[in-house]
Write a protein that binds this ligand. Sequence first.
Ligand code: PEP
Ligand code: MN
Length: 348
Amino acid sequence: MLIVMSPQATDAEVQAVIDRIESVGGTAHPSRGAEVTLIGAIGDTDTEVRVSQLELDGQPGVEKVVPILKPYKLASKEQHREASIFDIGGAKIGGDHFALIAGPCTVESREQLLTTAEIVKDAGANMLRGGAYKPRTSPYSFQGLGVEGLKLLAEAKAVTGLPIVTELMDARDLEPVLEVADVIQVGARNMQNYGLLTELGRAGRPVLLKRGLSSTLEELVMAAEYILKEGNEAVMLCERGIRTFESAYRFTLDLMAVPVLKQMTHLPIVVDPSHAAGRRDLVESLSLAAAAAGADGIIVEVHPQPEEAICDGPQALRGSEFAEYARKVEQVAQIAGKLPFLEAAQTA
Ligand code: PEP
Ligand code: MN
């Protein structure tokens, strides 16, 4: 339920509404805009019924009470009309701000990571990605370097100053991941791991939540709601390709998700062309299309020598191609209304 206060409502009237919501066990999330204050009343179904029985529309300062029929609330545009913008270690994302997140699929070695980090930094990318814990289809495949990989990410961050995006698969690894991650990635296979999402909501660190391989957009937004509900407002949603009947490529990159998610939610939308395509030759065109569709960021895999990569080599952009690729993405993103985002690495 959403309570729209009248533009003339006083602080005392806003507080009186909050008090009444809380008196029946609801949680009130006020959101003060330049002109109008909105109060989201959140609770389980029973609480929602009790809040509706309060008949708040008769209360001083209340303009109207809007039942929120959508199952997601905190993520919705009704709750937060302006696009959310997050500052991640100096890299902004959301609104007019686009972030290019690049790096290897997985941290393989000190040399591989630092070389990639320098390539990405020199091209002006805004964040470095790299997995230390990898969700592999086969339990016999390389599973990531774990804590050793996290230490290398910390070193790459110290050398380049780039904020780090890295995946957490198991809440038991949260503590070491929190030591280095500026953004914690939740992989597609964990999108509906609600225990993990709740832990991340409590941890308070920005989260990049990837869409499940067979999840609807509503399921993705509901998963984000688990994180937001715990008080963590910094959630970015990521389209990374879904399973369809098409077999000519690995996944179908659902670019319609970008404008549609923007109608559903205020959260920044990131696109991952690498995992959708599974092959390098498609990555640039998908990236340009994502930027044109209004994405707030791209997360892309880059490797200095993709032929030698332990994981996802065929889809990794070559280090030598990356700077040119980044420039093209920036051009298209600007046409779609974003500010220039490539950092001038020479000044670093
Ligand atoms: C990844 O980003 O490295 C990854 C495994 O992605 P996804 O969870 O989308 O498959
Ligand atoms: Mn990968």
